[in-house]
Design a protein around this ligand. Sequence first.
Ligand code: HAM
Length: 453
Amino acid sequence: MAIKRPKGTEDHLPAGSPKLTLDVSAQAHGWVVETARRVLERAGAQRIDTPLFEEADLVKRGVGGSTDIVRKEMFTVYYFGDHGGYILRPEGTASIVRAFLQNGLKQLPSPLKLWTHGPMFRAERQQRGRLRQFHQVDYEVLGGSDALVDAEAIALMVGVVRELGLTGVRVKLGSIGDPEDREAYNTYLRDLFTPHLERLSDDSRDRLTRNPMRILDSKSEDDQTLIAQLNVKPMLDFLGEDARANFDAVQGYLRDWGVEFDVDPSIVRGLDYYRRTAWELHHEGVGAKSALGGGGRYDGLAEQIGAQAVPGIGWAFGVERLLIALEAEGHPLPAQAGPVVYVAALEDSLVPAAAAAALASRTSVRAEFAYRALKPGNAFRDAERRGALFAGLIGSEEAAAGTVQLKNLRSAEQFTVLLSDLPDFLAAQEQAHLDPTLNSPAHPASPVILENE
Ligand code: HAM
C-alpha cells in the first residue's frame, strides 16, 4: 500500500484485527480510560476537554523554553493565510490552567479537581512506547496548596494502576524545591559543569545557561557518564525549610495510607513548570528510561502564562505505556462481546423484515442482521462467527405470523417470539446470560415465549 500512517503514530484497531496487540487495541485504550475515569470521578474529579491546538505562546511560556518539548518537538499548525502561531498540544496541563483562568473556574468550589484524556503531540524519535501522537490520561487539581492535595494526587495515580490490575509499578518521589532552592541548585550545577564544558553534548551546553538541572535528564550517554563521574549532589540536598517540611508531610500521608514509594533524589522531570513535589511511576516492562506517568506541583504556572497565581498539582499517564506494562504482565486483550442477536431472512423479499427486527431490538440490546437472504445453516455459521448469543430466522411462516424463530447458539434451545416482544425477550436473555443464576426456573427468562420447542 502506497500511503501509510505518519511515523510515530498508531492506528487503534478493532477486535479481531490480524495485527492486534494491547497497545493498539481501540477497545483496550477505551478500557484503560474508562478505568481511570471511574477512579478519578469517585474522588470528585470532573471531566474537562480543551482544544487539540493552542497558541504557541501558551506552550512556550507554560512548558518552558529550556525543555526538549519546546526546543525540538513542537508540531506547528499552518493553514491557508494563517501566521502559524498555533501548535498541537504536547501535554494537557498548560491548556487546563489556561481554560481554568479564561472560563472563571476559580468561582467553583476549591480545590477543583479536573481530568481529561486524549492525544498529545511531540515530534520525538520513534521507539516502542515513544510516539509522536500518544495519549494521556491527565488529572489536575487547581486551588489547593496543602501537602494533603499532593499526597491524594499520588494515591489516586496508584489507585488507577491498581484498578487496572498492574502490580509491578514503582513510585519514585522527589522534590524540586521552591524557585529559590532551584536557583541555588542551578548555581551549584553551573559551577560544577562549567570546567567540563567540552565534554557536554551540544544540548547540555545550551542547558547550562538556560536551566542546568535539565542536564541531569540528558538522553546523551556521554553526559550521563560525566554526571556519574562528578558525583553530582541531588536537588534534595538543596531544599529550603518550607519545601522540606512539605516533602516530609507528603511522605507522612502516603505512609499512613499504605501507598508505597521510594524517595528518588534524581527526579528532575522534563517540564519547567514544576516546583516542590515531583514524581514518576515506573514499570520494568516499559524500561528504566521511560516512565508510565509523572506529575508534580506547578504553583507558578498561572503567573508564567500571565495571570494571577493559582496553586496547582497534577499528573499524566501515557496510555500506550500502561498498555505495554499490562502486556508485559501477561494481561489478555479484553474480550469482545458479540451481538445478542443476528437476524437473517430465508428469502430475498424478507430481508427488510429481518433488518426491521434487528433495528427494533436495538432499543434494548446489540442486534445485527444479514444484508441478503441466507440458508439456515449459513445464518447459524455467520451468527457464530460474529459471536452472537442468538441466531434469528425469518421465513415466510414467521413473516405471516409476525414472529421470529430464535436459536440460542450456546444451549441450542429454540424459541418462537412475537416481533413486538423481541426487544424485551432479548434483554431478559442477555441479563440471564450475564448472570446465570437468573436463568433458573424460579426466574423464567421472559414471559413472552409463545412456545418452547
Ligand atoms: P510528562 O512526563 O511529559 O508529563 O508525560 C507524562 C507521561 O506521558 C509520560 O510519563 C509518558 O507515559 C507519556 N508520554 C510522554 N511523552 C510520550 C511519548 N512521546 N510517547 C508516548 N508516551 C509519552 C506531562 O505531560 C505533564 N503534563 C504531567 C502533569 C500533569 N504534570 C502536572 N500535571
